[in-house]
Design a protein around this ligand. Structure first.
Ligand SMILES: NC(=O)c1ccc[n+]([C@@H]2O[C@H](COP(=O)([O-])OP(=O)(O)OC[C@H]3O[C@@H](n4cnc5c(N)ncnc54)[C@H](O)[C@@H]3O)[C@@H](O)[C@H]2O)c1
Ligand SMILES: O=C(O)CC[C@@H](O)C(=O)O
Length: 546
């Protein structure tokens, strides 16, 4: 059974999907302290969160069971992504489910701010009929500047056009033509744009580039009386400097749904200003958005755990279940070639090169290289190495992995060759797939052969002369070691030279059995390799079972 921990409010429709998925059990625990989340994760394969649970490096460290985090929503800034990637945990989100609700909230905030809805309603509730203090401003004919023209920014633009506003936009990843098609005048310079607007709204992620994007200097450049809206992330607009600009009378007011610290402390000066309208991170809190993101989050988690598909991942490439079905055998091959090379080479690996030939060259080779890297690092690192973190861990160790593709079909219709370059020289292997399901090791350095790529492999180099194979077979038999398959490769495929034999064994040989093989005068070296059993349940994801 896969266990999914849920620590924030999730709409019942999402819970229902998870509960009805065979093989998944739900552990719903809200209001946990950070340390309680850490402990609860020891028994979880996946966790679904919204914005309240913070997944810090301390919480994510040493969680060998945890494979996936799904954020029911857009922003993943409450998850430490480098830490999740380092621990080999896939992070996925539900990017589109709350776009409309968040855009509507942005427009609602802009309108409420312009017409003083909140203070007027509050005064009326106190019994005061005040029509003089709350004269507002009309939106039609005004100019709104939108920073960040992604899903929500564009949805806000469409609605603002309906309100007869003029739309300016700034987004380094948007073309002038595409913006113009949406009725947006795109600026390449944010500083120029902000001097021209009556309203400014931000819709970017919170990143090092967008933190304090709007601070004292830019606020000062804006027209007097501009109103500012933030329904994206606290910290994009500097809170203290915004409060000062409003108090000074330069900025006309602000509508804020998000804060640097959430819940924001009651002494946040912005909360005290009458020109500021605040909501407690409510933009996505509609029945519709919550149902959409909960259903999508549940489907993403179930798809990942049960069908091994990766949707909307923010720290690895996505794979559909159909692609996964097609790629799985290749990922397995890449992983196993990496494991073979990691065990053949005891000295430091500096770099590795993969060559994909024939059908292999048509696959998502980057993922196969990551699986190879996971296998390569598996015996060296104590931590769980998998397709998510292998590239990062290899990079941190200065190991560069390069790829080359060749559509040429050599002896096999599909083949992956892998070479590692170590302090002592280089070592290379090649593998192929028979019948779309059987993995074979078809070359070790200069020796071409055909060995199974699973379980226990006994490799011995020897002088190719009559009787050697028979004596080794007898030695194995005398020590109760059953040989499932045997492959021999000869140098230049000629008799009398050096040869490499690989025995696929049904059971682990004892030290005495290995000594008996080594005792043969024709044998020059003996080595045992341990590979995952055939059909490793998640060979692409984890090397824990190696
Ligand atoms: N308040 C809420 O409840 C709520 C709900 C949903 C989303 N959000 C937040 O809204 C924001 C936008 O969400 P989205 O779904 O539109 O994301 P998105 O990824 O579709 O769009 C983000 C846009 O920002 C642009 N961008 C990135 N860096 C930029 C920069 N330095 N300057 C200008 N543009 C930049 C990107 O190119 C992209 O087009 C996110 O921060 C998200 O977390 C908040
Ligand atoms: O979970 C929520 O309600 C907030 C979601 C929102 O911040 C998001 O980034 O999607």
């Amino acid at each position: 059974m896969y266990r999914v921990l849920i620590t924030d409010n999730l709409s019942p429709a999402g819970l229902k999907i998870l509960k009805e998925t065979p093989g998944i059990e739900v552990d719903l625990r809200k209001g946990l302290t950070p340390d309680e989340v850490r402990v609860a994760l020891h028994d979880a394969d996946g966790i679904i969160i919204r914005s309240e649970t913070k997944l810090t490096p301390e919480i994510l460290k040493d969680q060998p069971r945890l494979k996936a985090i799904v954020r029911a929503g857009v922003g993943t800034d409450n998850i430490n992504l480098p830490a999740a990637t380092r621990e080999g945990i896939v992070v996925m989100n539900t990017p589109a489910g709350n776009t409309t609700s968040t855009a509507e909230h942005t427009i609602a905030m802009m309108m409420a701010l312009s017409r003083n809805i909140a203070p007027a309603a509050s005064k009326l509730r106190d019994g005061v009929w005040d029509r003089k203090s709350f004269t507002g401003t009309q939106l039609a004919g005004k100019t709104i500047a939108i920073v960040g023209l992604g899903r929500i920014g564009l949805a806000v633009a469409r609605r603002a056009i309906g309100l007869e506003m003029k739309i300016l936009g700034f987004d380094p990843f948007m073309s002038v033509e595409r913006a113009a098609e949406q009725g947006i005048e795109l600026y390449r310079d944010i500083d120029e744009m902000i001097t021209k607007c009556d309203y400014l709204t931000v819709h970017t992620p919170l990143s090092p580039e967008t933190t304090n994007l709007i601070g004292a200097e830019r606020l000062a450049k804006m027209k007097k009386g501009v109103r500012i809206i933030n329904c994206a992330r606290g910290g994009i607009i500097n809170e203290a400097e915004l409060a000062q600009a409003i108090e000074s009378g330069h900025i006309g007011g602000a509508a804020l749904d998000v804060f640097v610290k959430e819940p924001t402390p009651p002494d946040n000066p912005l909360l005290k200003l009458p020109q500021v309208l605040c909501t407690p991170h409510l933009a996505a809190s509609t029945d519709e958005a919550q149902e959409l993101v909960a259903v999508e989050a549940a489907e993403i988690m179930a798809g990942f755990l049960v069908r091994h598909e990766v949707r909307h991942a923010v720290n690895m490439a996505p794979i559909s279940s159909a692609e996964m079905a097609d790629m799985r055998i290749y990922l397995d091959l890449g992983l196993r070639l990496g494991v073979v090379l990691s065990q053949l080479n005891k000295s430091g690996v500096r770099s590795a090169k993969l060559t994909f030939r024939g059908e292999a060259a048509t696959k998502k080779t980057k993922l196969i290289s990551n699986a190879f890297a996971a296998g390569l690092l598996s015996s060296a690192l104590a931590e769980n190495v998998n397709i998510v973190n292998a590239e990062m861990l290899a990079h941190e160790r200065g190991i560069q992995i390069t790829e080359s593709l060749s559509s040429e079909v050599s002896d096999f219709s599909t083949m992956i060759s892998a070479t590692v370059y170590t302090d002592e020289g280089e070592c290379s292997v090649a593998g192929t797939i028979f019948g779309r399901q059987f993995l074979r090791l078809v070359r070790v350095n200069q020796f071409h052969l055909d060995a199974y790529l699973d379980g226990t492999l006994l490799l011995y180099r020897h002088i190719d002369r009559p009787g050697v194979i028979g004596t080794i077979g007898t030695a194995c038999g005398q020590h109760n070691v059953n040989i499932a398959h045997m492959a021999v490769g000869r140098e230049r495929n000629e008799p009398g030279g050096e040869a490499l034999a690989i025995l696929n064994l049904d059971n682990e040989p004892s030290a005495e059995a290995l000594a008996a093989v080594q005792a043969n005068p024709a044998v020059t070296s003996v080595q045992l390799l341990r590979l995952p059993k055939a059909g490793n349940p998640l060979p692409w994801l984890t090397t824990q079972s190696v």
